[in-house]
Design a protein around this ligand. Structure first.
Ligand code: ADP
Ligand code: MG
Length: 372
């Protein structure tokens, strides 16, 4: 059986001679990295645990893809250019077939976005994958609070302004249906919902294209409602979401029905589209920029002053706020618990997603009864 160093050499050590800023790659005690002139580093780490964040019996290549994709999505959500990754892998045993698939899924996505694997760790234990990613962003010289959040080439959560449009890339909700499909025994990886769940596409290029057009942004990992609440809280504004404007993928309607599709967009997890706020005058430019990426941008609401209320997300149907019960939206509200407090930001109606950024309501954790 190959030892740790042989495994690393076989599956993870690659020629990094063309990778920007890599002075020393895997093999020594540390990697040595140099940021480009005038750039600052964006750094993020995420852990994916088998049975909690992904089904352990998912294809190994999908697990490798997905673990890196959720990390790249964090860079995308800041508008950063991916540069370097560290991979800490905990394995129950050495299964070379599995490792081969995992590494293939990981490297294929890494190559597409030009992120270099510069180091990591391999240990024995329950299957879990921790990835740290580093990206680059232009240095902003003014104090961040005073900078114009639209012109600033960084997508932060605290830059939304009163009157900004709320827009979402692509068609969220599919991954939520995909996880359900997986749990129902669907194994056809070409199923569009399942593909969205197992192989989410990080919106790196969209983040780069929109970072100087949008005032705020994040990636939707917990559903539009819950994630929009983060922008509301950080920007001290409320958001009015128009139900009728939610983009619904035809495949999602087929899978879950229209009502279920709306719920999936609002509260389903695991999608990794970008949710942005931007001034109306930048909308067409933003749409044009995304057209070349074959990606849609749909306006789903507007930011407004919170007034004397705590910042919150309001669900509107043709301009009328939907109460938590007693309306056409009752199914949505009543079936999924009550108002969830997201720090000091209230989410009206319901918010069934996990608050730790990891699992939606149909997560493997909940479905399998695995304790967090
Ligand atoms: P140390 O004992 O100094 O922590 P390790 O034995 O864990 O070093 O790793 C040896 C070298 O291999 C280090 O440079 C480390 O970054 C690299 N490495 C370990 N695991 C991985 C991995 N999964 N992918 C890439 N490089 C790795
Ligand atoms: Mg180590």
């Amino acid at each position: 059986m190959p030892g740790e160093f042989e495994l690393i050499a076989r599956y993870f050590q690659r020629d990094l001679s063309g990778a920007p800023g890599v002075l020393l790659g895997p093999g020594d005690d540390c990697a040595l990295l140099a940021a480009s002139d005038g750039m600052q580093m964006a750094v993020s780490v995420d852990t994916s645990v088998a049975g909690v964040h992904f089904p352990p019996d998912a294809p190994a290549a999908s697990i490798g893809h997905r673990a890196l994709a959720v990390n790249l999505s964090d860079l995308a959500a800041m508008g950063a250019t991916p540069r370097w990754a560290l991979l800490a892998l905990t394995l129950p045993d050495v299964d070379e077939d599995w490792l081969h698939g995992f590494a293939a899924g990981f490297h294929a996505l890494a190559d597409r976005y030009g992120i270099a694997l510069v180091g990591g760790d391999v240990t024995r234990g329950p299957l879990s994958i921790t990835i740290t990613v580093h990206g680059e962003l232009p240095c902003v010289l003014e104090p961040a609070q005073q900078a114009d959040s639209v012109a600033r080439p960084i997508l932060r959560r605290d830059g939304a302004r009163e009157g900004d449009l709320i827009a979402v890339t692509g068609l969220p909700g599919l991954a939520h249906a995909g996880l359900k499909a997986w749990q129902d025994g669907v194994r056809d990886v070409l199923n569009p919902c399942l593909a969205a769940y197992l192989r989410p596409e990080p919106r790196v290029d969209a983040g780069l294209a929109l970072r100087e057009l949008a005032s705020a942004g994040l990636d939707v990992s917990d559903g539009v409602m819950g994630d929009l609440a983060h922008i509301c809280r950080a920007s001290q504004l409320s958001a009015a979401l128009e139900l009728g404007e939610l983009p619904l993928a035809p495949e999602l309607i087929t899978a879950l029905g229209e009502q279920g599709a709306r719920e999936a967009v609002l509260n389903g997890g695991d999608d990794y589209e970008l949710l942005l706020t931007l001034p109306q005058e930048n909308l067409e430019t933003a749409r044009l920029a995304l057209r070349s990426l074959n990606l849609s941008l749909n306006v789903i609401g507007r930011m407004q002053a919170a007034g004397s209320d705590a910042p919150r997300v309001m669900l509107m149907d043709k301009g009328v706020e939907q109460a938590a019960t007693g309306q056409s939206w009752q199914h949505f509200s009543a079936s999924q618990a009550s108002v969830t407090q997201v720090s000091d930001t209230q989410v009206s109606a319901t918010q069934a997603s996990g608050s730790d950024g990891s699992c939606g309501d149909a997560s493997p954790r909940n479905a399998n009864g695995v304790a967090p």
